[in-house]
Write a new protein. Structure first.
Length: 233
């Protein structure tokens, strides 16, 4: 019983440090979110952070893993059931927005970009980042297939366009609403998402009706993971 209680306590403490890191990055930016600032916010000492993570870089990797876990959970608990293509695109947009339009995603993105371009990031950390980036890929593909069900659209171009367009609008909303003193009005964002869903729905119907096949089925290597697509995270 003591061992189980200790494991629960350790898990709670570790999560508190990760949550504190996310909050510090949002408040101060990636580089100003120092180890000491994160420790103070979590109510622990730097020694505790070293005990759970070993280094600040390892803590940042844990923040990325937290983001990937949240995205994967969001997708895994969702299904797309709309009767029309436009309805299904709209549902997919709502699902993506629940993750990418959240302020916390900006913290996850800062960590990802800084670790990618920092020459001091270790090779082991880069390999871990590649694995993290692919965590949600199966669930993304499952939902994309539900969106395109019944449409004569093949290849990955349309699938990737769905993700990039809908995610881009959600991320834009997240960025706008984090600007100091910027009034947060969700109504225009909802209307924009509806219009984008209609436009994408029409495009899918045109592509399917014309019998065209999307090109670009090959994979391209890049910094965003095995498929070169950081959208998996």
């Amino acid at each position: 019983m003591q061992t189980e209680a200790r494991l629960i306590k350790d898990s709670d403490s570790r999560q508190r440090v990760i949550d504190a890191a996310v909050a510090c990055i949002l408040d101060q930016g990636f580089y100003r979110a120092s180890s000491n600032a994160i420790a103070d916010r979590a109510g622990v000492t730097w020694g505790v952070i070293q005990y759970y993570f070993g280094s600040r870089e390892a803590l940042m990797l844990a923040v990325l893993q937290e983001g990937a876990r949240r995205l994967t959970d969001t997708l895994a608990n969702a299904d797309i059931t709309g009767g029309t293509v436009t309805e299904r695109v709209g549902q997919y947009g709502d699902i993506l927005a629940s993750y990418y339009a959240a302020p916390e995603y900006l913290a996850f993105a800062q960590v990802m970009l800084n670790l990618i371009y920092d020459p001091r990031t270790t090779r082991q950390s880069r390999e871990t980042m590649d694995r993290i980036a692919e965590t949600a890929t199966p669930e993304l593909h499952r939902l994309q297939q539900q969106v395109l069900a019944g449409a004569d659209v093949r290849g990955r171009v349309m699938r990737d366009m769905l993700l990039h367009a809908l995610r881009g609008l959600a991320l834009s909303h997240a960025m706008v609403t984090t600007v100091p003193e910027q009034p947060a009005d969700p109504q225009p964002f909802g209307e924009q998402r509806r219009l984008l869903a209609e436009a994408i729905g029409l495009l899918i119907e045109q592509e399917g009706g014309s019998g065209k096949q999307n090109c670009g089925t090959g994979k391209t290597a890049g910094k965003g993971g095995a498929t070169g697509d950081p959208a998996s995270f």
